[in-house]
Each structure stands twice: as C-alpha cells, then as structure tokens.
Design a protein around this ligand. Structure first.
Ligand code: CA
Length: 223
C-alpha cells in the first residue's frame, strides 16, 4: 500500500513509518497540515493516517479540505482526544476510522488494512451477475468463484471497466502485456479463451466476451 502519514511528533512518526515500511508499505510523511493538504491532493494514496493536532492547520481542517476538493482517500484519524463530541466531529468531517493515542502498532496496522480492503471492495467491478473482486483476484457468481492469474486478471479488468464497449486488440495488448510487447498479438485471443472457460466454469450464461472480427473484444451482458 502507498500511505500518507501526517504526524508532527517526530519520534512517533518515525516509529510508525518504520513499522509500516517493514510491513512492505511505502510511506510519505508530513509534519505540517498545510503540507498534508497539498500532498494528499497531489498524489493517490491507499490510506492516509492523519493526526488531529498539528502545529498549523489541524487534522480536522486538513480532512475537511481534502473532502471539499473531492478526495475520497480513506482516512484514519489519530487523536488523544477521545471524547465523543470530538470523535463525532472527525467522522462528520469525513474520517473513515479513528484511533486514540496511545495505541499498539498492531492495531494501527489492522485498521489500515481493513480500511484499504473496504475501499477496494467498494470498487469491485460487476457485469451482469458476475463480480470481479480485485482484492482477491477472483471472479465470483452465485457463491462460486474462480481464481485468475495475474494476466487474466489484468485482461478481464479492462473488459469489466468498459462493459458493452469494444476494447481493441492493441489496447488490450498494451494494457496487459505492455506497449513494448513484441510477441504474437494472438496472445490476446489465447487469454480470451482462458477467460471464456472461466465464465463457463461459473456457469455465467448472462455474460459473454464477444469477438468483434478484425477489431477486438467486447464484454456483453444479457438479460
Ligand atoms: Ca500531534
């Protein structure tokens, strides 16, 4: 995950950043609210960890500014203020979760992971009665599921993102194999074949990948 950490207590910030980095995450850190506002709007973070009390603009102001400018980034607020009215103020301003200081690192980590999972699930893609779960890289239908390889997932995601539209062979090739791919272009057809088999496994009769001769493919839903 790519995380934004906004915390002015240097020692605490260092401990959190080190722990998260050891868990394999990338952490950008800010100490000031004004920097945090800019940073959070300029880059795409999976989760922001935002301290309430900062030397300049406080966490609540930072959060309100992010939300008023359209940011939907999941935000976990850190605070020593655990009174109910303050917690409510934070949540009303658009915080997704709350953690009172002092806290255990393990709890912080668990909450960040939960926030991320939730935001990814909201972004699950759907075509007819089939859902693409990007977090688990599976296609699901009526309680059944099939696992996708990394390439299959990248390919089917492009189709799901544009249900009903034609995706050209060149677009699919560039999106999944990269623009520098110099192998056989019919690799797309081969993988489309794998995906069709997976739809069959799911008995997904209302969803089909149609070949548009000489152009590409289209994910179609039927009623
Ligand atoms: Ca602080």
């Amino acid at each position: 995950m790519k995380l934004l950490l906004v915390e002015d207590e240097t020692r605490l910030a260092r401990v959190i950043a080190r722990g998260l980095t050891e868990e394999g995450h990338t952490v950008d850190a800010c100490e000031r609210g004004t920097d945090a506002i800019e940073q959070g709007l300029a880059l795409d973070y999976d989760v922001a960890i935002l301290d309430w009390s900062l030397p300049d603009a406080d966490g609540l102001t930072v959060l309100r500014t992010w939300r008023s400018r359209g940011s939907t980034m999941p935000v976990l607020m850190l605070t020593a203020r655990s009174s109910v009215p303050e917690r409510v103020a934070g949540l009303r301003a658009g915080a997704d979760d709350y953690l009172g200081k002092p806290f255990d690192f393990e709890e912080l980590l668990a909450r960040i992971e939960a926030l991320h999972r939730r935001s990814v699930t909201i972004g699950a893609l759907r075509a007819g009665d089939v859902e693409l779960d990007a977090n688990r890289r599976v296609l699901t239908r009526a309680g059944a599921e099939v696992l996708l390889t990394a390439r299959e997932f990248a390919l089917v995601r492009m189709l799901f993102e544009r249900v009903g539209d034609v995706c050209t062979r060149t677009e699919l090739l560039g999106g999944v194999w990269g623009s520098s791919f110099d192998g056989e272009p019919n690799v797309v057809d081969v993988y489309i074949g794998y995906l069709r088999k997976k739809f069959t496994e799911l008995q997904a009769e209302r969803v089909a990948i149609t070949t548009i001769r000489g152009v590409g493919f289209r994910l179609e839903t039927r009623t």
